[in-house]
Design a protein around this ligand. Structure first.
Ligand code: HEM
Ligand code: CA
Length: 692
């Protein structure tokens, strides 16, 4: 260690810069290769790419992070050559060096809290989540790392997945392979590592700051980012900026038989989605979340939310004729966000983790807590919330108005329903699938077959032209992300560690499963956390065992308490508006935006008699009638501007119009004008430039 410490700083800098140059070259070539691979046609018969479109922001940051990580690796290799022994990066580098590598790699600079003083970030949520927390502007924002609740356990301390070195023993045993061994050695499954994230936390230990982290491309908050997107760029694609009514853009080629809207298409060549065997082309749908086309029920939900936004926007425009399109859009977005939160927290989460665990881990709301980091944790995304994969039924049922098998559109094997937006457009709209979803139970997690074979034998993902196994992907993903083992997470949750494999049998639903796992893993500490959590006894009235209930509960509490714009937080809605919002439900949204006239009173309950939509409570938007109209009578509606818009806000008792430009345009002039003495203080600003 001494030579390394005594290295004078200039030679470290030289080493560092030349390592950076080499790593830049490596990453550049690797990305060229992967682009070539993606554009060359595959010979297989299942040729369609997984339409998880990655946003340019995400790509830029992950590329920077890749250069950062590779620089550390090159540096380590060179130091090893020089000193003839393993030198760990933290031994060589100071914080200044780390900052220099981050800067050279083009990781985004540190975000300073002063940017949050801009007032337009305070009336409504920003689209990326930026400045939700004024002290920690990046908490919960898109394109930042999944946070760690326990430190990562990479095989080399920094980047190698667990199990990477076959000879390496963990608690005395090799980790078992994540893929079922087959006799056919070519048939091994391809696996792509998750995109890396740039470090943001200069407050942590240097060792931790240098570790590979994984990126969350979407906002952590329950903010309806699935409807509006998580970046300004995507948001501007999704909005209908040509209309003057604050709506979202809809499909301009197809509508359902009653004239209801579909999501807009996203045209990619070759099409990333399946095509109907006959008839016109149907492209993939575009929504705020790139996974929209994956399964038919998911497309239906996205479609319902699109229609609900436009329905509410229309009603608000009617009630507040003086509102600008921007105000209509933002107020509607706020209502849709609140409905997401209510439906998730009131109707869904208690059924997933059980009422008791809900009270224990989440409890009643006690106001916004700025010290809570709302970011999604790595273990939540990579293990706990993937419990859902065990609730997927192999058959997608489609039902008619009497909730019987549909005459024209039969049930589908899951395999033939993935990435098939044409089945919505050409096969009866959203109704048959929605009825199938609430008229059929989610698969019970069965002890011996955790996941349906449709997911383990016939899954199509990314642009891989062979069937994949979702269970293997989940296990390998956990190792890719270096999640600690099952026992460490049990300790984290205050549950007893499993000492013996006999002890394991006590927490597992089925002793045969416990025996199998024991045989394969040989040591309880080694059990991958997704698997361990999935096989635990399910708590009464829930769909998860104690470990996942804890991890999901903690995450949900953080998402609620750490969200400045949480619907119940002070100053977000009036008492009257809150009372109205509580009348909202997924069933009501189905009533208002589809042909379905009978719904379960609770969409997440099963085997309950349906009720007529006439009996489902609905939100009265009169509670949003705006008193500011009086002020407006004095000054008149502020002037609209080209390529931008304004929102009205009441600041210190004055009516203010806050202008902003659409993505890609620059604001020229004062962003805010104030209504004073019967007139507006200034001329509105202009939006200049041309967007790329
Ligand atoms: C037809 C149904 C579904 C299919 C085909 C599916 C498929 C997938 C695939 C291919 C991945 C990426 C796996 C990887 O490479 O790591 C994934 C990730 C994930 N899935 Fe599913 N899934 C389905 C339903 C669900 C449900 C119902 C839930 C939860 C209730 C869920 C939760 C998750 C989560 C949390 C992730 C990780 C997301 C991330 O961090 O990027 N999935 N799923
Ligand atoms: Ca979100």
């Amino acid at each position: 260690t001494d030579e390394a410490r005594h290295l004078n700083s200039t030679s470290v800098r030289e080493l560092l810069i030349s390592s950076y140059q080499e790593s830049y070259q490596i990453v550049h070539e690797a990305s060229l290769h992967s682009r070539q691979r993606q554009s060359s046609p595959s010979s297989s018969k299942h040729v369609f790419t997984f339409p998880r479109q990655t946003e340019p922001e995400t790509l830029e940051i992950s590329r920077a992070a890749e250069v950062f990580q590779t620089t550390l690796q090159v540096l380590k290799n060179r130091a090893k050559q020089r000193y003839k022994r393993d030198v760990m990066a933290p031994e060589l580098l100071s914080w200044e060096d780390v900052e220099l590598i981050a800067e050279l790699s083009q990781c985004p600079p540190v975000t300073h809290p002063t940017i949050c003083l801009q007032s337009h970030l305070n009336k409504y949520r920003s689209i990326s989540g930026l400045c939700n927390n004024g002290e920690n502007p990046l908490w919960g924002t898109s394109n930042t790392p999944l946070v760690r609740w326990l430190p990562a356990e990479y095989e080399d301390g920094g980047r190698e997945p667990k199990g990477w070195n076959r000879g390496r023993l963990h608690n005395g045993f090799q980790l078992p392979p994540t893929e079922a061994t087959t006799t056919d050695a070519h048939s091994c499954m391809p696996f792509f590592r998750s995109k890396a994230a740039c470090l943001v936390n200069f407050g942590s230990e240097i060792q931790q700051a240098l570790q590979r982290q994984q990126m969350n491309a979407i906002t952590s908050f329950l903010d309806a980012s699935g409807v509006y997107g998580s970046t300004p760029r995507l948001e501007s694609f999704l909005r209908d900026l040509s209309g003057l009514d604050g709506k979202l853009a809809v499909n301009d080629k197809f509508r359902d038989p009653r004239g209801r809207a579909y999501l807009p298409f996203i045209a990619t060549l070759p099409s990333a989605c399946r095509q109907s065997p006959h008839g016109e082309r149907v492209e993939c749908f575009r929504a705020g979340d790139s996974r929209v086309n994956e399964a038919l029920p998911l497309i239906c939900l996205h479609t319902l939310w699109l229609r609900e936004h436009n329905r509410i926007a229309e009603a608000l425009k009617h009630i507040n004729g003086h509102w600008s399109p921007e105000t209509i859009y933002q107020e509607t977005r706020r209502i849709i966000g609140a409905l997401h939160q209510i439906i998730t927290m009131r109707d869904y989460v208690p059924k997933i983790i059980g009422q008791e665990a809900f009270e224990h881990h989440i409890g009643p709301y006690q106001g916004y807590d700025p010290s809570t980091d709302p970011s999604v944790s790595n273990v939540f995304a990579t293990a706990a919330f993937r419990f859902g994969h065990a609730t997927i039924s192999p058959i997608l049922s489609r039902l008619n108005e009497s909730l019987q098998k549909h005459e024209h559109f039969p049930h589908l094997r899951m395999d033939s329903s993935l990435f098939s937006p044409w089945r919505i457009v050409k096969e009866g709209g959203v109704e048959p699938t929605l009825r199938g979803a609430f008229g059929t139970a989610a698969s019970a997690i069965s002890a011996n077959t955790l996941l349906t074979e449709e997911l383990t034998e016939r899954l199509l993902v990314f642009n891989v032209s062979q069937y994949m196994d979702l269970a293997s992907l989940n296990l390998q993903r956990g190792r890719d992300h270096a999640l600690p083992g099952y026992n460490d997470w049990r300790s984290f949750c205050g549950l007893q560690r499993i000492k013996t494999m006999d002890g394991f049998k006590k927490v597992v639903r089925d002793y045969r499963v416990a025996k199998k796992i024991a045989r394969i893993y040989k040591h309880p500490n080694n059990i991958d956390v997704w698997l361990g959590g999935l096989v635990e006894y399910v708590l009464p009235g829930s769909r998860t065992g104690p470990l996942f209930a804890c991890l999901i509960g903690k995450q949900m509490k953080a998402l609620r308490d750490g969200d400045r714009f949480w619907w119940e937080a002070e100053g977000i809605f009036s008492q009257q508006q809150k009372a109205e919002l509580l009348k909202g439900s997924l069933s009501r949204i189905i009533c208002d935006n589809s042909d379905i006239r009978e719904v379960p009173p609770d969409s997440f309950g099963f085997r309950i008699p349906l009720v007529s939509c006439d009996h489902m409570p609905s939100i009265n938007l009169e509670a949003w009638r705006d008193e500011k109209s009086q002020d407006l009578e004095q000054c008149g509606t502020p002037r609209r501007i080209k390529n931008g818009d304004f929102i009205l806000s009441n600041t210190y008792g004055k009516l203010v119009a806050l202008y902003s430009c659409y993505h890609g345009f620059k604001l020229k002039g004062a962003a805010a004008i104030v209504c004073e003495g019967n007139q507006w203080s200034n001329q509105p600003p202009q939006c200049t430039g041309t967007p790329h």
